[in-house]
Design a protein around this ligand. Structure first.
Ligand SMILES: Nc1ncnc2c1ncn2[C@@H]1O[C@H](COP(=O)(O)OP(=O)(O)OP(=O)(O)O)[C@@H](O)[C@H]1O
Length: 481
């Protein structure tokens, strides 16, 4: 806890442990590091203590004389407790640990543990609590700029109808739900609607619901009042209020927790919000456009997404087709993207030849227009099309079945792409990528699809896991399978 001790000195740690010896051990070890320790022997004592005080860290035994620590943790989180929690358990199974992390624990200790393990877990949890506070209290990361965005190119697969519909959709105040695979242009469409709407001079606030753990997403969206939780030293407006007079774009809405969904439903019904920890309702004038690549109907049928919210979000549903369903649009898109990137990079665009166009239209583009755009941007930098990458990566290997394609541009951008002759022997880069992908999928499965939990199991940050999921093209079904 060396560096962290300085941060943590004087921090208050509440320890709920029914075994006296262990309680005393916590007090001895942690007080020696300059922490203030409140020993509590039961669920009842913990409940009474927490109703009066908000410690900086809570250490919670699972099996307590008068109850279950995880049930207590669940209740406390439900009541809005934001304090980081370490769960200590003698039942060192992965299931129990996963359960603890799912209930919102920052870490878990398997008994018996060493003093060093205790000290390092406490240091890290206090540090993460501090970082979390900083994150919460930092100036809001609001993307409040006017919506910029390109033209919607293409006509195939129903895109022509979408383009024809946009002006009417823009003129209305109706909520819009844009569905489509990743990279099909959902955000592009949302921005186009905003730009053509009477709200065009207002902000376009884009929020990626999958990029933040659910508790953070709620406070980002709804804001909070001073004292709503530890570290909420000042009132802060949320992103919904920041979108006042403009458009709120909720990307990856299928990743929103059920709690946040319930709050959002109230916003849509009543056009007002209540900040976290607040009582006063604040009126808001926003238009909501949301997007998802998930099957929200199936999620609603299985109770993972609120059906009543889905109806309200999808007053105007728009489906964007994957690029493989509109291969005829590919040459036009290539021209458009070449112009865009050549202008941006101040370079001359290479000219596409017939062979490249043939391969490009046959290639399935699992990353859709975004992948095509990366391919074109790379061509502008290189001064030539990396046609070979389309051929190599268009043939999925056994390790990357079509159901879960790995975005090929990752491999295509490798310094030494694998040669066709060596396809039975993976390069080290490929082998590492496969192992990494398998580990991410295994962790997501073990964590029941909860990314916060999976990230902890993998020993990486939430953001790293999020990036890896995208990098390896792991589909959402895998998360919850
Ligand atoms: N029809 C299109 N015409 C021109 N550019 C497009 C088109 N569709 C997508 N793009 C471009 O492709 C890139 C990805 O699009 P966008 O971010 O809108 O996709 P998305 O569906 O929101 O992706 P994700 O679900 O991963 O967030 C952007 O740079 C966008 O401008």
């Amino acid at each position: 806890m060396s560096e962290q001790t300085a941060e943590a000195a004087g921090a208050e740690v509440a320890v709920v442990e029914d075994e006296r010896n262990l309680r005393e051990l916590y007090v001895d070890v942690l007080s020696a590091r300059g922490l203030r320790v409140a020993p509590l022997e039961s669920v009842a004592a913990a409940t009474a203590y927490l109703s009066r005080r908000a410690p900086d860290l809570l250490i919670l035994d699972v099996k307590l004389g008068d109850g279950d620590g995880l049930v207590l943790l669940d209740t406390l989180r439900g009541q809005g407790l934001r304090t980081p929690v370490i769960v200590a358990t003698a039942f060192g199974t992965v299931e129990r640990a996963v359960q603890a992390l799912r209930a919102g624990a920052a870490d878990f200790l398997v008994k018996p543990f060493t003093n060093e393990r205790l000290v390092s877990a406490v240091g890290a949890a206090l540090e993460s609590g501090r970082r979390w506070e900083e994150l919460e209290l930092a100036a809001p990361k609001i993307e409040e700029k006017k919506a910029s965005g390109g033209e919607l190119i293409g006509t195939e697969g129903g895109l022509k109808d979408v383009a024809a519909l946009l002006p009417r959709v823009a003129a209305s105040e109706a909520t819009v739900l844009v569905r489509g695979e990743s990279g099909t242009g959902k955000e592009l469409v949302a921005r186009a609607i905003h730009r053509a709407s009477p709200r065009m001079d207002g902000p376009f606030v884009s929020v990626n619901c999958a990029a933040l753990p659910s508790s953070l997403l709620e406070s980002e969206l709804f804001g909070f009042e001073r004292g709503a939780f530890t570290g909420a030293h000042a009132r802060r407006k949320g992103l919904i209020e920041a979108a006042e007079g403009g458009t709120l774009f909720l990307d990856e809405i299928g990743d929103m927790s059920l709690d946040a969904q319930a709050r959002l439903l109230r916003v849509l019904q009543e056009r007002e919000i209540t900040r976290i920890g607040g009582r006063e309702a604040v009126r808001v004038d926003i238009r909501v456009i949301s997007a998802t690549h998930r099957d929200l109907d199936a999620m609603a049928a299985s109770g993972q997404f609120r059906a009543d919210l889905l109806y309200r979000l999808a007053v105007i549903p728009i489906r964007l087709p994957p690029l493989r369903e509109r291969a005829g649009d590919i040459p036009g898109l290539i021209d458009h993207l070449l112009e865009k990137h050549a202008a941006r990079q101040g370079q001359r665009a290479p000219r596409p030849d017939a062979e490249m166009l043939r391969r490009a239209t046959e290639y399935p583009w699992p990353g859709n227009v975004r992948e095509l755009e990366n391919f074109v941007a790379r061509a502008v930098v290189l001064g030539r099309f990396d046609t070979e990458s389309l051929r190599v990566t268009a043939q999925p290997t056994k390790a990357a079945p079509p159901a879960e394609p790995v975005p090929p541009h990752e491999e295509a951008s490798a310094p030494t792409p694998p040669s066709p002759e060596s396809s039975s022997v993976p390069t080290l880069r490929e082998a590492v990528a496969r192992a990494e992908r398998a580990a991410v999928i295994a962790a997501l499965k073990a964590a029941g699809g909860q990314k916060t939990v999976a990230a902890r199991l993998l020993g990486v940050s939430y953001k790293t896991l999020f990036n890896k999921i995208h990098e390896h093209g792991i589909r959402e079904e895998v998360h919850i399978a």
